[in-house]
Design a protein around this ligand. Sequence first.
Ligand SMILES: [Zn+2]
Length: 300
Amino acid sequence: MKWGLVKRYAMTLVAATTLSAQSYGEEKKPKVSTEKVTDSIYMITGRGGNVGLFFGEDTTILIDDKFAPLAKPIIASVAEITDSPVEYLLNTHFHGDHTGGNEHFGKTGAIIVAHDNVRKTLSTGGEIKAFNSTFEATADVGLPSITFNDRMVFHVNNETVSLQHYPSAHTDGDGVIYFEKENVIHAGDIFFNGVYPFVDIGNGGSVQGVISAVEKMLEKADGKTKIIPGHGPLSNRADLEAYLDMLKTTLKRVADMKAQGLSRQEVLAKAPTADYDKTWNKGGIKANVWVSTLYSTLDE
Ligand SMILES: [Zn+2]
């Protein structure tokens, strides 16, 4: 392996690079930090979804790209780790906190790869009803030029990198990335580590689909697997199991109440997630929004 490509620098685990940039529109000082996952995989954190970086003798692959103003800090961060620029950019799903840099990376010549529905949604623009927000179509240069339906495999860097689609999970176009030898999974937003998740029911997602995808991921994970979640800190199998427990238990409680004929407001009043809130109610999706999501997903 041409490890000469790898710039060795004194860094162990967390926050090696904090990059400031001059001015990118509204955001004055976009910052990212890097965290080593394995010798050839890093996680890049900061505003927006967690980014994965995989590099080696054949190619450099980036997974997701946060918001547009973070593209330059991400590129600078990658350059500190490897001399080879990003050749492939994989999108785990269409949301703007994971694809915001697509046009920028497309212009640098990166080949963008995602599930069929990611291209479909990005090419038209649309809305996220849960947040009462709309988004514009992505310019052609930022659209995935290679798309897949069920599964796709990269045989590069002496590794097998599988992209696996799970239907109707966080959205209608999720791809989870498995690094088989490195024993690393990039879960995208199917996994919010440590907080109640956002499930985009308006764009084809469902809590049931998230549960089924998490079960599939657990089949592939062992005690040493490192899991990059869409949001939250680097995690492992135990974290994903705890997440699955929360998802299944809270869904069952709301399903039982709904089966008894309780309205959304009546279910909310019973606070069916109360014992989980201490652990999980720390993110952007608050307990009441999570309960309402559970109620809605049972209609679909
Ligand atoms: Zn998302």
